[in-house]
Ligand binder design. Structure first.
Ligand code: IMP
Ligand code: MG
Length: 417
């Protein structure tokens, strides 16, 4: 018989981030003990402020303890025993950390923005903790290692899902500011095209602004690249091309391990994924068509219809399981993900994409790289794999990306410590 636990696991595990859920659980205790609504006669403002200060103190202490557990986990990574850390026992799915996370300071910053400890009816949420982790990561980069490369996902991170990066997008001056500081920037997107005009079409606002920017030297302008299809097609800035981008031949940028990916295996993996997608589309009666590309295969909605979230999730989990279970699926890295409106399977994944960008720019360290994206759930999400190659920030909209870049600027210019 299927246990309740298995049902819960099967239904939910792919939609939860275990570390965030665990921290949320820790903060729920002081929330219940200290913050929850008092009797009406106690509701005068003095006691409210006292309660908030007390709660702030308790939350900050918990974040400091988690910060220490992460330090201990990093120490275990260093001596090659990450599996033995206390954090790993408490949160088995936890991965590697490339910098310390200054969670206590990050909490204090986010509490001042979001008034988390003043709330008495709504406990610290997934979004509160996600944003605290982002702030803690920025602090880790700025205080410990410095930042040389920022990689951005495209859809939802730089522009709305399926839209283009137009010249009024507020992220453009922020990207130019990164380049002006001598940093490198890469857009690491699943969108996989082999021709420059397609990327120019999607990124026109950014490419035109970069090209005409009086603030940037030619050298700084060449600090922007585009990695498409997760890790399959690289384009660099080219002022002589009408598309301002030029395809970089694979031989000039692939990692050594990627040269071992065989064309026969790529075809075989995509064949398996395609038949699984077709079977799923038939089974769920999806209003969708299958699109086979060089290095990817996907299903997308047709005739103005919409595939429901449940259908997208089912499809991505089915195709992921099918390919994982195949022989070629264990030889070749691939990424199956829910793109919000469609489902795609790509050869390679963003860990390869980010690492290739690091190598292209002369070997930038993981500790000095930040990937910003919106898809960090463990299954069916394509930014998740970037965690193997760099530090990460998990945003949920293009506006949050802008906020994150401004927070970085404030930190570096000393407006905040
Ligand atoms: P991202 O968020 O920038 O990684 O872009 C993901 C979206 O790109 C997907 O949801 C698709 O709509 C679109 N896309 C276009 N071509 C491809 C491809 O070859 N592989 C995966 N996604 C693609
Ligand atoms: Mg995205």
């Amino acid at each position: 018989m299927t246990t309740r636990y298995r049902v819960e696991y099967a239904l939910k595990s792919h939609r939860r981030d275990q570390l965030i859920e665990w921290i949320k659980g820790l903060l729920a205790v002081p929330f219940v003990l200290h913050s929850q609504p008092n009797a009406v006669y106690q509701e005068h403002s003095e006691s409210l402020i006292e309660v908030a200060a007390n709660t702030h103190q308790r939350y900050a202490e918990i974040m400091r303890d988690v910060e220490k557990l992460i330090l201990d986990h990093i120490e275990h990574q260093r001596i090659n025993a990450p599996g033995k850390s206390k954090l790993k026992l408490l949160v088995p799915s936890v991965g590697s950390f490339f910098t310390s996370l200054y969670l206590e300071d990050a909490f204090k910053y986010q509490d001042a923005q979001r008034f988390i400890s003043r709330r008495r009816f709504v406990a610290p949420s997934f979004n509160d903790i996600r944003l605290i982790l982002n702030s803690a990561q920025l602090l880790g980069l700025v205080r410990q290692h410095g930042l040389d490369l920022v990689t951005f996902d495209g859809d939802v991170t730089l522009y709305d899902d399926g839209s283009n990066l137009t010249d009024d997008n507020p992220v453009i001056p922020r990207i130019i500011r990164l380049l002006k500081k001598g940093r490198k920037v890469a857009i690491v997107t699943a969108a996989g095209y082999t021709e420059a005009p397609k990327y120019y079409g999607r990124l026109k606002g950014l490419m035109d602004s970069l090209h005409t920017s009086p603030q940037l030297t030619e050298h700084q302008k060449h600090g922007l690249i585009v990695m498409g299809g997760e890790s399959n097609f690289l384009f660099c800035y080219d002022p002589t091309s009408p598309d301002l981008l030029t395809y970089v031949p694979r031989s000039e940028w692939v990692l050594d391990e990627m040269t071992l990916w065989k064309e026969d295996d790529i075809t075989e993996l995509l064949d398996i994924a395609e038949s699984s997608l077709r079977a799923c589309a038939a089974n769920l009666n999806l209003p969708a068509a299958v699109l086979r590309k060089d290095r990817a295969v996907g299903v997308y909605p047709i005739n103005g219809s919409k595939i429901s979230r449940e259908q997208l999730e089912e499809t991505v989990l089915v195709v992921q399981n099918t390919v994982e279970g195949s022989a070629v699926g264990s030889r070749l890295p691939f990424c199956a993900f829910n793109g919000g409106r469609d489902v795609f399977v790509d050869i390679g994944d963003k860990s390869w994409g980010v690492r290739a960008c690091q190598q292209y720019f002369g070997g930038i360290e993981r500790t000095r790289t930040l990937h910003v994206g919106d898809q960090f759930l463990s299954a069916g999400a394509n930014d998740f794999k970037a965690r193997l190659a760099s530090t990460t920030a998990w945003i949920t909209s293009p506006a949050e990306t802008v906020q994150l870049l401004d927070e970085l600027e404030d930190l570096e210019s000393g407006n905040r410590s």
